[in-house]
Design a protein around this ligand. Structure first.
Ligand SMILES: C[S@@+](CC[C@H](N)C(=O)[O-])C[C@H]1O[C@@H](n2cnc3c(N)ncnc32)[C@H](O)[C@@H]1O
Length: 684
């Protein structure tokens, strides 16, 4: 159990006598008297998609890149665990980020689930779209274990690691806002004090996030929990600050602006025109309208104000006062109680279906307080994308990260719906994240641990191979089993299968088939829990180029349920298959989606009934009309929104030049998984 301790001799191995301080200790903070620091491996980012870049910009980027010159800034949406993403940002961004807003998970409950929707088969249909809760993926389960596996101890260590890296990323005049719940806010503040220094604490903002809480029904013995806390810390004393103002209340007007100008109806107050500090502050002393005083203004200035009707003497002989109009005042300087920012109502246009989605007005206030256009804003728990969307709208540069596939997809869609959104890239750490994970998770602590690890992995693979009715295979690195003459690869439990994995499997399968090592043909089934945001179709082609027939199959979630396994009804679905019909007329190409098959094991039985047409499984699709073997360039897209649930099923493009083109179509299903299809076209 984590606890706040007054420093005593118990911990004298950590601090020398005389350095007494109050510190929050959690299990795992110190090992053998040494503070444990965050993982610091910087991994290279892989760009898997470029969104909204014009053809001209694309060429310029390629040219700059080829010439080894700095390419232009692109906003970045990164799919990955903050544990790997933050250290990987350090080489480029240490000391450069101007504003950080984070809204990390702080509830042991539902932080990783989201509501998915099966849209209506057509918009004329009466029936409402079917909603269901999407359970966390394997990757999210793992992140959850990282965060809460050891209760508060692991949470605090997890948070401490993030706070330390974020502190390093922050510019000298940067600020960090940490949005957190009252169940952990007191601990989080202690951690922030430690990382930033208690003197860098500026405010604890109380945001009233709900009007009433439903958990205080009859008999409950606590008050409604209506607020979240947002801590504000800064890197140094000199931080960006643009005071914000809230409108005056009616009571305030009545009390302070009691006069109304009859000619204009403008409300005003009379404030003292004499100087409070008298001569001590160098104020002038003279006679004005028969009254001799120390004044706030010079003699010339007061005469000018009087001419403008801004200095008023109510009766001869009384002290003249300054007239201040209410409509010229900026409002009440912002206080730390934020009661005026309303939660997102269920019918609000900006609502996405993300339980923890924050209102854009909240982020607008944060960004307006502590950043200016072109500043870099970072949020490593982007969720539904609010921070990136607001940063984009306010002309800030942004970096957003999340480990949830659905979060990345939702954010991309929200960004795309902003008129003239600047080009941005979608990135991940690909195979590097997996390697780092293996190094971190399976750090050898002697042969015994390694051996245990090997055995554990082997047992896991055997379990999956059994379910797949494959026989284990030994002596190969990437191939783990055989089924009906095909080699079988079992993807790691905690990481997506990547393009690099596919290449390695294809290479080994080809070699084995040639050497008569068990497989009767050069064919492999790749089983995985998750498949990286990469081009499935390209992966298939890469394998085909190595003359290997590869099939991708999803390890179903039922595997985790003992009952389903015992009943033997576990099905391994082929990854999505997309059919696209191309039609050419002169230089014009029309693409029509004609079929889409995806594994639906993540859709609950009940909700499946609502699927009447394959297109209901598609949430979004995009086309790169001229794929250049680099990254997918999103040049056209159609997607569903809450307001407009329809989807176009065909797309058109007129090629400016004749030539041979490779076209890539990318479909994202309602659960955030992507499937791609490539086509070759010859334009005359
Ligand atoms: C409370 S939500 C953020 C909501 C967001 N502020 C919004 O307005 O939509 C927290 C997010 O953190 C993500 N997350 C949790 N652990 C993470 C980790 N280790 N690395 C990156 N993202 C993580 C979750 O997937 C979730 O989307």
């Amino acid at each position: 159990m984590a606890r706040a301790v007054r420093w005593t001799g118990d911990y004298s191995h950590i601090l020398a006598v005389g350095q007494a301080m109050t510190e929050l200790i959690w299990d795992g903070k110190y090992v053998d008297g040494k503070r444990q620091s965050p993982v610091r491996v910087a991994l290279p980012f892989q760009t898997i998609e470029t969104v909204n870049e014009s053809a001209a910009d694309r060429l310029r980027t390629l040219d700059l890149f080829a010439a080894g010159r700095q390419t232009e800034w692109r906003n970045r949406l990164i799919w990955g665990d903050k544990k790997y993403v933050l250290p990987s940002l350090l080489p480029e961004f240490a000391g450069k980020v101007n504003l950080i807003y984070i809204d990390p998970p702080f509830d042991t409950g539902a932080d990783f689930s989201y509501t998915a929707t099966i849209p209506r088969a057509n918009s004329a249909e009466e029936e409402e779209p079917v909603m269901f809760s999407k359970e966390p993926s394997i990757l999210e389960h793992k992140a959850y274990r990282d965060t809460w596996g050891q209760g508060l101890n692991s949470y605090l260590h997890w948070f401490y690691e993030a706070a330390s890296l974020l502190h390093e990323l922050l510019a000298d005049d940067g600020t960090m806002y940490v949005h957190i719940g009252s169940n952990v806010s007191h601990y989080v503040k202690a951690v922030l004090d430690e990382v930033f220094g208690a003197d860098r604490y500026v405010n604890e903002i109380i945001w009233k996030r709900q009007t009433a809480h439903s958990d205080i029904g009859q008999g409950s013995k606590h008050m409604g929990r209506l607020h979240d806390t947002i801590f504000l810390y800064t890197k140094s004393e000199n931080f960006r600050w643009q005071m914000q103002y809230t409108p005056y209340s009616d009571e305030y007007f009545q009390a302070f602006y009691k006069y109304v100008e009859p000619e204009t109806g403008r409300r005003y107050r009379l404030s003292d025109a004499t100087a409070p500090g008298k001569s001590l502050k160098g104020n002038p002393y003279y006679e004005f309208l028969g009254v001799t005083r120390y004044w706030r203004f010079s003699k010339e200035r007061i005469a000018e104000l009087y001419k403008q009707g801004r200095i008023v003497q109510t009766k001869p002989g009384t002290v003249p006062a300054q007239k201040r109009y209410a409509d010229e005042m900026p409002g009440v300087p912002l206080q730390d109680l934020w009661l005026d920012i309303k939660p997102i109502q269920s019918q609000a246009l900006e609502r996405i279906g993300y339980d923890t989605q924050k209102p854009e007005t909240l982020l607008e206030r944060v960004l307006n307080l502590s950043s200016i256009p072109e500043d870099i804003v970072l949020d490593c728990f982007i969720g539904s994308g609010t921070t990136a969307v607001v940063a984009e709208k306010l002309g800030r540069r942004w970096i957003a990260c999340d480990l949830g596939r659905f979060a990345i997809h939702t954010t991309r869609k929200r960004l795309l719906s902003i008129p003239n959104v600047k080009p941005f890239v979608v990135q991940n750490l690909g195979k590097y994240e997996r390697q780092a994970w293996q190094i971190a998770e399976f750090r050898p602590e002697g042969t015994a641990a390694l051996e245990e690890q090997r055995l554990r992995e082997a047992a896991y693979r055997k379990f999956i191979l059994d379910l797949y009715h494959a026989t284990p295979l030994s002596g190969q690195t990437w191939l783990h089993g055989l089924k009906a003459g095909r080699a079988v690869h079992v993807g790691a439990v905690d990481a997506p299968v990547t393009l690099a994995d596919v290449k390695a499997v294809a290479r080994e399968t080809w070699k084995m088939a040639g050497s008569g090592g068990g497989a009767s043909k050069a064919a492999a089934d790749i089983l995985g829990w998750e498949f990286a945001f990469e081009l499935n179709e390209i992966a298939r082609q890469v394998a085909a180029e190595s003359r290997v027939d590869v099939a991708f199959k999803k390890i179903p979630h039922e595997v985790l349920e003992k009952k389903a396994v015992e009943q033997g009804d576990v099905k391994f679905f082929e990854l999505g298959a997309l059919s696209v019909e191309p039609k050419q007329k002169g230089r014009e190409l029309t693409l029509k989606l004609t079929d889409f098959l995806v594994p639906i094991d993540d859709v609950p039985e009940e909700a499946r009934k609502a699927i009447k047409h394959w297109s209901q499984m598609i949430d979004y699709w995009a086309v790169d009309w001229d794929f250049k073997e680099d990254t997918f360039h999103n040049q056209w897209q159609s997607y569903r929104t809450r307001q407009d649930t329809d989807l176009e099923l065909s797309a058109k493009y007129e090629y400016p030049q004749p030539g041979s083109y490779r076209v890539v179509v990318k479909v994202i299903d309602i659960l955030g998984n992507d499937t791609t299809k490539t086509l070759e076209v010859k334009v005359r």
